[in-house]
Each structure stands twice: as C-alpha cells, then as structure tokens.
Design a protein around this ligand. Structure first.
Ligand code: URA
Length: 324
C-alpha cells in the first residue's frame, strides 16, 4: 500500500477582549461540537501573518492587527485515511476593539470565554500547551502599552519640556533575552518613530551581525526616548525623568543581557562613569548581565572607537552564546 507523509501549515490567533482588569478569549464552535480558535491553511504565497489576519477576517468578521513580534508554534500528527499528516500551526495574538463577531458557514457559534472556561472547552492539546506563553506575552504587551502611553504624556505634563514632543518607543520582542540601550533618538528616528534606523543604526546593525546576533530578536531602545533638539546631549534632569520609564521597561522585558551603548546609558542604568574605562566589561547585577561598550555615534566619528566597539561586540556575542 502506498504510504504518504503529508505536511500541512496553518496559522491562527488568540483573540483577546479586554474586560476591565480581566480578559476574554474568542472561541468558535464547529458543527461536530468541537471548539477552536480562528485558524486555517496558509495559502500559496501568503506569510503566516497574512494567513492569520485573513482567517480571522473570514471566520469572525474582525479586521485584526496582530501583536508585533509574537508567535508560538505548535506541531502534531493526525491520520487522514491511511496517511499521517504532520501539521505545523503558528499562533499569533490579536486584541479585539469590540465584541462583535460575524461567523462564517464553517462554524455554528462563538463565545468570548474567561480563561478557566476556555481551558475547559477547548480540547486541542497543542493550543492548551501554549497558553502560558501566550498569556505571558499578552500581559507584557498591555503593561508596555500603558507604560508608554504615560511616557508619551510627559511633554504635556512638563512645562519646561525641551525635547521632541513625540516619543520613539523601543523595538523588538517584549520577551527578548538581550536588550540594547543607547542615548537618545536622532532626527531620522524621531521622524520615523523607530530607534536606531539612521547612520548610527546602520553601524549598530553591522555590530549585531558580526556578533552573530539577529536584530529582530533584540529589544532596542534609548535611555531618553525623545529626540533632543539639534542632537544635543540630554540634560541630567531629562535623563532622570526618562530613566524611571526605562527601568520599568527593563522590568517588563526582564532580559538576561543588557548591552549599554555609551556614557549616557552607562550612567543612567549602572550609575557609572567613563565608557572608555569600562568598555568590554561585563557586570552582573540583580540577575542581569550588563555589557558595556561605546555608542555607535562615537564609532562613526573615530576609526579607533569603531575597532573597540567591534572587539567588544564580538566578545559579547561569544559570552552570550556561552551563557545561553
Ligand atoms: N542613538 C540612540 O541612542 N538611539 C537611537 O535611536 C538612535 C541613535
């Protein structure tokens, strides 16, 4: 008898609805009585994100935005006739704006359930297994969102505010193991509202690559997350105000490693002076490995600084891999 091993790839999402301090998750009921969350096959030419957004729209009528950087993969086998199918599913998170749902012909009903009821009704082991990971990320996302909403209000609350009025939030997975902290965004970052995308950012990308790290796996931000006019150095007072937010961001991400880029980050986070004296060193404090090096703007100006930074990054890359 001909035996075939088949592969199937699907994408889906946990759709959360905020309910006060709590939340509900959307489930869909099939005509065989099974409960599932929105998911379906990834079509040819589609990314898993595109497939999840399309499936959500088709199966629930919700136009969803996915929570950036998160996915959880599951895998299982099932029988299709005499064949075994190896099934891979990538799950995302989305947060609904309201409880309206318009199901398709594929389902016979839907419910928004609290966590306990969700765990009772959904029987698929692969979905149940990833719940802790999904909830952990959802909670970090909400905490970071409300923290950054408060941070963004600083210019309106502070009469003397002399930095740009729009914040440049950090970028990367909220459960990243490695965090990079610079000084403050430049003009380009301010315009695009993304950290380290100008000339310093390009050099930083080179360093990251040379250390065998991947930018999309790192959380990248600055000590002061508002652009200082004319690229001036932030004042001690500005650093003190912004540092409170940075420390809370660190607390949400809880990275294992933090690479401090330059004097401002070194002073704000570890209370230490002179990056030139301490570059290349690693300090463990409160369970975090801090790694000290120069700011890429210095490395853009001086060849020797670039060489120092390169050496530091290659050392950090090796040490991170060894401690992983
Ligand atoms: N320098 C920083 O410290 N942060 C940025 O985002 C860009 C340049």
């Amino acid at each position: 008898m001909l035996y075939l091993k088949l592969f199937e790839y699907s994408a889906g999402a946990f759709i959360f609805l905020k309910a006060g301090k709590d939340f509900k998750i959307l489930i869909l009921k099939r005509d065989n009585g099974e409960y599932d969350i929105p998911k379906g096959h990834i079509e040819k030419g589609e990314s898993s994100e595109q497939a999840a957004v399309r499936e959500i729209r088709e199966e629930t009528g919700i136009i969803a935005a996915l929570v950036p950087y998160f996915h959880a993969d599951t895998h299982y086998f099932f029988k299709k006739g005499s064949n075994t199918v190896s099934k891979h599913v990538r799950f995302f998170i989305s947060i609904a704006q309201g409880s309206n749902v318009k199901i398709s012909d594929e389902h016979v009903g839907y419910e928004w359930l609290n966590l306990d009821d969700f765990k009772k009704k959904v029987k698929f082991k692969d979905i149940l297994d990833i719940i802790p990971e999904v909830l952990d990320y959802y909670e970090r996302y909400l905490r970071m969102r409300s923290l950054n909403e408060m941070y963004e209000l600083l210019p309106d609350k502070n009469r003397e505010w002399d930095l740009s009025r729009t914040m440049v939030p950090g970028e990367g997975p909220l459960n990243a193991e490695i965090m990079l902290i610079g000084q403050a965004p430049g003009r380009f970052e301010d315009e695009q509202r993304r950290p380290f995308i100008g000339r310093s950012g390009k050099l930083l990308d080179e360093m990251i690559k040379s250390a065998h790290l991947k930018r999309k796996e790192l959380y990248i931000t600055s000590t002061v997350q508002f652009f200082p006019p004319k690229n001036r150095i932030p004042t001690n007072e500005e650093i003190a105000i912004c540092k409170e937010f940075l420390l809370q961001q660190i607390n949400i991400i809880k990275p294992k490693f933090i690479i401090l880029l330059g004097n401002i980050a070194l002073g704000a986070v570890l209370g230490m002076k002179s990056v030139h004296m301490h570059h290349g060193s690693e300090i463990t404090k409160d369970g975090i490995n801090y790694m000290i090096t120069l700011h890429p703007a210095a490395a853009l100006r001086f060849k020797q600084s670039k060489e120092i930074m390169q050496q530091d990054f290659s050392k950090f890359g090796k040490d991170i891999t060894a401690k992983h």
